[in-house]
Ligand binder design. Structure first.
Ligand code: WT7
Length: 654
């Protein structure tokens, strides 16, 4: 965990109460209401979840609310049959809301490239796409990889898969060919959906060529669908006869109705790959009924969504935040969602505030790393715009430092909007710990209290409740992952290894204060959170040692002003090989090829030796101390204490 963050949040004492104007009309209007209801949901979780799920539509009811007999393999809403797209779309049309805007989309080029899809439009588009997928021969249980920019078709094709029970795995468009290949190979995807290109800071990303390279040897892939991103001619790309099809062609004559697949509650809805402590990224499994119920409930409680809201989450659908809080959660709640393709600083650093002003956004959800970048770009950008439509702000992805929280509160929220700091993970399916905006007094830097049905604690390794230690979740909840694709053992080992499997172990450190508020301190494993992106240090190390001149590599996370954490690589080269800018460049290229640009380390330090214990284990704690400029703790367990002094010198020189 980052110690500098620990220091700044452990001295933070300010408290901000929700305004009475907000509380008066909120779903949960006071801390007492929250506490009473939370206690009820803990003493009788089954009644709570049954009442939430009962608000949604099911083809067939469940026979049992949860089945933990196979723990850690869990079942919720056993035997229930439903389809999440019916609940995201058809249900709202049936309620007379078909003409409501579901997605307001703007492309990076701006106004000239905007589209609004009502719930009716979404219904037609999703069904035409689903019919086209059916015609290609895809069916329930098949896997489809989706590699698209943030355009409406990303939402449409993902929902079309869900309509048919095709398991979607969305791959963030910043990933490289090798990452795509790993994911496709791991899940055996038959279909890839991509685009001829997408806009990023005025440049066209050639997504199709990245896919082409990825699937050269992927035998499982039989079809590739290419969405034409622009209005006129497609961006240049290769089309392979037989395998590749243009999206606009295959959907053009398809009927606008498509029977939704009757999905069992525990049928897999999607896989989302995420990095862990060891090995390649793992395919986190989410199933239908529980995920749906959890996304629905957390969205309405945390964001207090109402019909007139315009909700914008600035994440990418390629991450879990986008799955749960751009797509499924908001649509399940009949919300109007803003979706934006581009970067926050293109063509200028005021782009996000321009969008908020134009679409009168009322709820804005973003990442601390973005807030710190906004702070750096200067107050004049948000000040030029009318942000008075905003009524609620949220953050996600990493701990927020109190300075950034206060800036967000003052400059963006005009001291008038509650801030929900939402802690959760790919694995949890939805938000777990967060203020309820009308109920919970907030403290800058604290994610505050667990949501309904969630029991969180801070434990030591022995399982005793402590003030600072490891975050632990006691019970299970409908949205929790159901496993890792193809790797049962890894699922058990990673999440249920501690405390006799009695608690879910998320891998984060936390502190609990006198009010029971939780302060998340960051990862306690070898996962680094760079700008809210999770990167496994082991993954990077194995890339580096793949270079013919590298003997050993150790990668750590170090505090970074904007990114929260950055990656620092310590590398030992073969004897006789000189550290040179060329080698740095080659090493960076390997990362770009294997993962993507976002995983390139901030610094590479060449060292003749790495600090090791006498048993040969690299002492990463010391490397972190060096990178963060801390005075070194106990080094007596080192095999060769002089290594540290040499490394410190090298670090200072670089
Ligand atoms: C890890 C999960 C949840 C969607 C985005 C990231 C960190 C997430 C917070 C927060 C402190 C946070 C944790 C967690 N994290 N939200 N509000 N405060 N830390 O999903 O890629 O699965 O990463 O992000 O370390 O374990 P993810």
């Amino acid at each position: 965990m980052s110690e500098s963050n620990f220091e700044s949040i452990s001295t933070e004492k300010r408290i901000f109460n929700p305004s009475s104007a907000f509380s008066d009309s909120a779903r949960v209007p006071s801390l007492e209401d929250y506490k009473t209801k939370h206690a009820e949901t803990i003493s009788d979780p089954e009644s709570y979840w049954a009442s939430v799920a009962g608000e949604l539509e099911w083809f067939e009811p469940w026979t049992k609310i949860r089945d933990e007999s196979g723990k850690p393999f869990l079942k919720w809403f056993v035997d229930g049959k439903t389809n999440i797209t019916v609940n995201c779309i058809d249900r709202h049309i049936a309620a007379g809301q078909g003409n409501k805007a579901a997605i307001i989309w703007e492309g990076e080029p701006g106004e000239s490239d905007a589209r609004v899809l009502t719930y009716w439009d979404l219904y037609r588009e999703v069904n035409r796409c689903a019919n086209a997928l059916k015609k290609l021969g895809l069916k329930k249980g098949d896997r489809a990889a989706i590699y698209l920019p943030m355009i409406p078709e990303l939402a449409i094709t993902t929902l079309a898969c869900a309509r048919l029970g095709i398991i979607h795995t969305v791959i963030f468009a910043g990933f490289s060919s090798n990452s795509i290949r790993d994911r496709i190979d791991d899940c055996g995807a038959k279909l890839v959906i991509t685009a001829d290109g997408g806009w990023r800071r005025g440049q066209i990303l050639n997504l199709k060529s990245i896919v082409d390279e990825a699937i050269i040897d992927c035998d499982s892939v039989t079809d590739v669908i290419i969405v034409k991103r622009g209005h006129g001619d497609p961006f240049p790309c290769k089309v392979k006869e037989g395998r590749d099809k243009w999206y606009h062609r295959i959907i053009q004559d398809q009927p606008i109705h498509c029977e939704p697949e009757k999905m069992d509650s525990e049928d897999v809805l999607f896989l989302l790959y995420t990095s862990g402590t060891t090995g390649k990224p793992k395919g986190i499994i989410h199933t239908t009924g529980g995920y749906m119920t959890y996304a629905y409930d957390t969205t309405r409680n945390v964001f207090d969504i109402r019909p007139e809201d315009v909700y914008w989450c600035s994440a990418d659908i390629g991450w879990i935040t986008g799955h749960s809080y751009i797509l499924y959660g908001p649509l399940l709640n009949q919300a109007t969602v803003v979706m934006y393709e581009g970067a926050p600083n293109w063509p200028d650093s005021g782009r996000f505030w321009e969008l908020i002003e134009k679409y009168r956004v009322t709820i804005f959800y973003t990442a601390p790393t973005a807030i710190r970048a906004f702070m750096k770009w200067g107050d004049e950008w948000p000040k030029q715009r009318d942000l008075s439509s905003l009524r609620l702000l949220g953050t996600v992805g990493e701990p927020i430092n109190p300075e950034a929280w206060i800036w967000y509160h003052e400059l963006i929220g005009n001291e008038n909007c509650p801030i929900v700091d939402t802690w959760w993970q790919t694995e949890t399916g939805g938000i777990m710990i967060s203020p309820l905006p009308g109920a919970t007094p907030t403290k800058p830097g604290s994610a505050t209290l667990p949501l309904f049905g969630i029991e969180a604690d801070v434990l030591n390794e022995e399982g005793n409740s402590v003030e600072a230690g490891l975050l632990a979740i006691k019970n299970t909840w409908p949205g929790i992952m159901r496993g890792i694709w193809g790797d049962e053992q890894r699922y058990r080992d990673t999440y249920w290894c501690k405390w006799d499997g009695q608690y879910y172990f998320p891998g984060d450190g936390a502190r609990k204060d006198e009010d029971g508020y939780l302060w998340i301190l960051g990862r306690v494993d070898d996962v680094v959170n760079v700008s809210g992106h999770r990167i496994g240090t082991a993954e990077l190390e194995s890339i580096f040692v793949g270079h013919s001149n590298v003997v050993e590599a150790a990668v750590i996370g170090s505090a970074h002003e904007i990114k929260g954490q950055c990656l620092v690589a310590f590398i030992t080269l073969k004897a006789g090989v000189d550290a040179s800018p060329e080698i740095i460049d080659q090493l960076n290229q390997l990362v770009i090829q294997d993962i993507g640009k976002f995983a390139v380390p901030e610094r590479i330090i060449f060292a003749a030796d790495l600090p090791k214990t006498r048993s040969g284990k690299i002492m990463r704690r010391l490397l972190r101390d060096i990178a963060e400029g801390r005075t070194m703790g106990n080094v007596t367990t080192l095999a060769d204490p002089s290594v540290v002094e040499a490394l410190k010198r090298r670090y200072a020189e670089n």
